[in-house]
Design a protein around this ligand. Structure first.
Ligand SMILES: [Zn+2]
Length: 229
């Protein structure tokens, strides 16, 4: 047995008194839980709104994959599987970590970004790196911590912008003495400018070409640096 966390994706009525609650865990296990009486209970209704993070005990039974969760009662899980691949599970974990590090008042715009991204990871066939690249760019713009893309973030110069640093964004040749910089081509600068202008539109783009997917690692470094500071 272990303590686990689940993430509510959606809830719908099962009958007059019960509800199906669809959940995904950071380990990539997804399933329906059926909290008894939850359709009517206002307490449970509040707990099981989409994207609520719930703690619970998760175990496998002798039948294999039945699990009992969560901290508001003992519920049966009707499993619908584990995420197909490691890359998708990693993407879910990144999303969970970012969601749990949120502070401040509830922000419905951010909530939508998280929810759309989770849906894309679970239900779209696109490369999860593309989905997460879209997520990170949109998240960073919405949170006001977008990387600098117009000028060197260190000295303000507008030319020789050949590098990218996870500490601030585009950085010029002169300032790029730090060993953490990565080479940044025109493509990365164009992507950043586009994403800054169209944070919502970029969220719909999950199917990136290979050239753009190359930027996933660079943006992920910046994201980790900014979000978990
Ligand atoms: Zn500079």
């Amino acid at each position: 047995m272990k303590i686990s966390k689940g993430y509510v994706i959606e809830k719908r009525p099962a009958n007059d008194t019960d509800a199906f609650v669809k959940i995904v865990s950071p380990e990539g296990v997804s399933g329906f839980i059926v909290p008894r009486g939850s359709h009517r209970s206002s307490d449970l209704a509040a707990v099981f709104t989409p994207f609520t993070l719930v703690n619970g005990i998760c175990y496998s039974s002798s039948q294999g994959d039945r699990r009992v969760v969560y901290d508001h009662g003992s519920y049966e899980i009707l499993p619908y599987g584990k995420l197909q691949d490691e890359a998708r599970m990693r993407a879910v974990r990144v999303l969970f970590t970012a969601f749990s590090s949120l502070s401040g008042p509830f922000d419905s715009a951010l909530f939508d970004i998280f929810e759309n991204t989770l849906r894309s990871i679970l239900f779209k066939k696109d490369d999860p790196r593309g989905i997460m690249l879209s997520f990170m760019l949109s998240y960073l713009e919405t949170e006001g911590i977008f990387p600098e893309s117009e000028r060197c973030f260190s000295c303000g110069k507008k030319s020789d912008l050949d590098f990218f640093s996870p500490e601030g964004g585009i950085i010029c040749v002169n300032c790029a003495a730090s060993s953490t910089v990565r080479p940044a081509g025109d493509g990365l600068i164009r992507l950043l400018k586009y994403a800054k202008k169209n944070p919502r539109k970029i969220l719909e783009k999950t199917h990136w070409k290979d050239e753009i997917l190359e930027y996933y690692g660079i943006i992920k470094e910046f994201f980790d640096h900014s979000v978990h500071r």
